[in-house]
Design a protein around this ligand. Structure first.
Ligand code: E4P
Length: 219
């Protein structure tokens, strides 16, 4: 499974890149609205930081023709850019056109198996099911990942499942277990996920026992 960071915070992307576990980044208008620099400048910086990574950038227009033109301009920001487009019927024709033109599309705000199926038929690179936002509405978002995985495997589609809106360590765990192709997680969730209290306690116990030997050099 690939791991993307769900943020537009360049310092966080730099940090996790150096840790060595990052395959890409997903941004959205909300993430970009929190940053001081211009969205264009930030996207270019992220693209340069992760030249081999996959960087998702969302359209902000609404009219389909304008979304089409904006999608092309966004794709031109970097070779590693994937354009995020919301999962709405009005965009189906332009999604199909963009895919035919070789532009990688990540369909976002996806909430049902049928929406996922439609996007597979259009040949998009990624679908982004929003797990946490389903859970906010008392529906098990992880079940959607399971059914999308079954559907894609049964019919042999190429589209990748990008598990999004993951809010808890359990969501992250379940996305892995469901066979998502990518999980995108916030820097806060990633930091929380990599720690375990038993690891910390184990290190403390080993360190204390080793100190009893009074050895200064080993080996
Ligand atoms: C990812 O592509 C989405 O932008 C993100 O995961 C949304 O997460 P949220 O539902 O926590 O805002």
């Amino acid at each position: 499974m690939k791991l993307f960071l769900d943020t537009a915070d360049v310092a966080q992307i730099q940090y996790w890149k150096e840790v060595g576990i990052l395959d890409g980044v997903t941004t959205n208008p909300t993430h970009l609205s929190k940053e001081k620099k211009s969205p264009q400048e930030i996207i270019k910086t992220i693209c340069a930081l992760l030249p081999q990574g996959d960087i998702s950038v969302e359209v902000t227009q609404q009219d389909p023709q304008q979304v089409y033109e904006q999608a092309k301009a966004i794709a031109a920001l970097g070779k590693n850019v994937t354009v995020k487009i919301p999962c709405q019927l009005q965009y189906y024709p332009i999604i199909k056109k963009l895919v035919a033109e070789g532009i990688r599309v990540n369909v976002t705000l996806l909430f049902t198996l049928v929406q996922g199926f439609m996007m597979c038929k259009l040949g998009v690179s990624y679908i982004s099911p929003f797990v946490g936002r389903w859970d906010d509405n008392d529906i098990n978002g992880i079940e959607l990942l399971d059914s999308l995985r079954d559907m894609i495997d049964s019919y042999g589609y190429e589209t990748k499942i990008l598990a999004a809106s993951l809010r808890t360590v359990r969501h992250f765990h379940d996305a892995l277990a469901a066979g998502a192709d990518v999980a995108t997680v916030s820097p806060e969730l990633l930091a929380k996920s990599v720690h375990h209290i038993l690891t910390e306690q184990g290190i403390q116990a080993f360190t204390a026992d080793w100190a009893k030997l009074g050895i200064t050099q080993f080996p």
